[in-house]
Design a protein around this ligand. Structure first.
Ligand SMILES: Nc1nc2c(ncn2[C@@H]2O[C@H](COP(=O)(O)OP(=O)(O)OP(=O)(O)O)[C@@H](O)[C@H]2O)c(=O)[nH]1
Ligand SMILES: [Mg+2]
Length: 477
């Protein structure tokens, strides 16, 4: 059985996450006042956390080799990397500084800084072509950690800080010490409890017969199962001979194809944000933009354009000799039209959203001023009495229509940025936030529980390298 990565979305989800975080941020900006302060604080905190994680680059998959001193972490690191970068040795403990191998050329520095890997201990696989680049591992960061049970307390601190941040934990054990409860009781148990994928690497199998190797692997599997870790596979390998290293590398390829824990955390944060938001939104509300043409027509008429066009038409028709000076715009009509618009635009939304739309839409005084300004900038056609009696009627009608159209165009131009666009923005913010609540509802109630495989078979790796006979020390082909 392979370690389970099913609960991680594919990498393509990354840009989607970025977009969602951006939408959440801009929607919060637009709809600030529509959301109660306490909810807003939580949402801002979620956006900040997401930002921090996205900034670190969530396309990386971080895998750590951890375990007791002498279990062979550094040797295995070198076997996987293909070059002797990590220092392995007989002195105990050997490793005190974390080494990282990075497959891929994207920016990984921020993430490595965050993980506390010093610049001298970073190996870029792209810089070591002699070892042969493996494209299937692009995006992998492999870490060689110090021993967790060190006599050096600093080593333990480093391990404690890094393990929770990794996507996959490779717990390396020595067959001579595997039965020690302490090897899996702490870190592996914590990883298992929090849904962090992990895998136990039974190293040094070149020192066992095939039979003993399998027996130890099965026994170790049983010990893990006794502690409730039924999903943790055991893989027998030999870092020294290379036996089983290909199978382990295939597991790493699987992990790389999966989304990183950071991406998972962002997604979980967004789901949580959605749940929080549900309290500030109305279920199933779908804001609709009111009829713009109707508003334009009413305001144009309120500005006196229709009356003026009618008088002009009367001149063309020969029923009047001049067009009276325009009367000032009627503010109370603007007021009423504006409120009708806000009511229609906030239909079905919580009352706070009506207030926000009301604040986003320009006040009636400003609307009146801007409409009048736009109308006074028009070069109105001068009406003349039509020469032919027969044509007067149709000419007058056309003249009137043209004038009204001119006026409406100007009014539309004036109210679009003052009324229509702000309403659309608030509606969009509502829809963006509502989309998050939909996602949260789709996830079901409660915290995200990563689905685990229900495979009841023994989690001992499906096709591990068979532990070697004493005589057989060559690498598995
Ligand atoms: N026979 C055998 N020896 C191994 C194997 N893996 C590692 N060793 C040896 O075990 C010793 C310890 O290996 P390291 O890789 O330094 O172990 P480590 O887990 O990194 O140890 P610390 O850095 O102290 O935590 C070295 O002498 C290695 O050559 C293996 O699979 N088979
Ligand atoms: Mg080491």
């Amino acid at each position: 059985m392979s370690v389970s990565f099913e609960h991680l979305d594919p990498r393509d989800g990354t840009s989607l996450l970025r977009e969602r975080v951006e939408r959440l941020r801009s929607s919060l900006d637009w709809a600030r006042e529509a959301i109660p302060a306490s909810i807003r604080t939580d949402l801002h905190a979620a956006v900040e956390r997401c930002d921090e994680r996205l900034h670190l680059g969530i396309d990386w998959t971080v895998v750590a080799l951890a375990g007791g001193t002498g279990s062979g972490k550094s040797t295995l690191f070198n076997a996987l990397v293909g070059v002797p970068f990590a220092v392995s040795g007989v002195a105990r403990p050997t490793t005190s500084q974390v080494s990282a191998a990075v497959w891929g050329s994207d920016q990984s520095d921020a993430l490595l800084d965050w993980l506390g890997v010093s610049p001298q201990r970073r190996l870029r696989r792209a810089d070591s072509p002699e070892a042969g680049e493996d494209p299937a591992l692009t995006g992998l960061i492999l870490l060689d950690l110090p021993d967790h049970d060190s006599i050096n307390p600093r080593n333990r601190e480093v391990v404690d800080a890094i393990i929770p941040m990794v996507d996959l934990l490779l717990w390396v054990v020595d067959p001579q010490k595997y039965a020690d409860h302490a090897i899996h009781a702490g870190y592996l148990q914590a990883a298992s409890d929090s849904g962090q994928p992990s895998l136990v690497v039974l190293n040094h199998v070149d020192r066992l017969t095939t039979e003993d190797g399998w027996a130890v692997a099965r026994d170790l599997q049983r010990l893990l199962a006794d502690d409730g870790m039924v999903d943790v596979p055991v893989m027998p390998v030999s870092a020294r001979t290379g036996q089983g290293v290909d199978v382990l590398r295939a597991e790493l390829e699987g992990a790389v194809q999966a989304r990183s824990v950071a991406a998972d955390a962002v997604a979980a944060d967004l789901v949580e944000a959605g749940r929080t938001l549900e309290r500030a939104l109305a279920r199933d509300a779908d804001p609709v933009l009111p009829d713009v043409a109707e508003l334009v027509a009413s305001l144009t008429a309120a500005a006196g354009v229709d009356a003026r066009a009618e008088s002009a038409a009367a001149v063309v028709a020969g029923r009047a000799s001049s067009v009276p000076a325009p009367s000032p715009m009627r503010r109370e009509i603007v007021d009423r039209e504006r409120l009708d618009w806000i009511d229609a635009a906030s239909e079905g939304l919580p009352v706070t959203w009506r207030i926000v739309i009301g604040e986003a839409v320009a006040p009636a005084t400003m609307l009146t001023d801007e409409i009048q300004k736009a109308l006074s900038a028009i070069e109105w056609p001068v009406p003349h009495r039509a020469p032919s009696f027969l044509r007067r009627r149709s000419r007058a009608g056309a003249f009137q229509k043209d004038m009204v159209a001119l006026g409406r165009d100007a009014v539309r131009g004036a109210i679009t940025p003052l009324v229509v666009q702000p309403t659309e923005l608030i509606h969009q913010a509502y829809r963006n936030l509502d989309e998050l609540t939909e996602i949260a509802r789709a996830e079901g109630p409660g915290p995200l529980a990563p689905p685990r495989g229900d495979d009841a078979r023994s989690p001992v790796a499906d096709s591990p390298a068979a532990p070697a006979d004493d005589e057989e020390t060559g690498a598995r082909s």
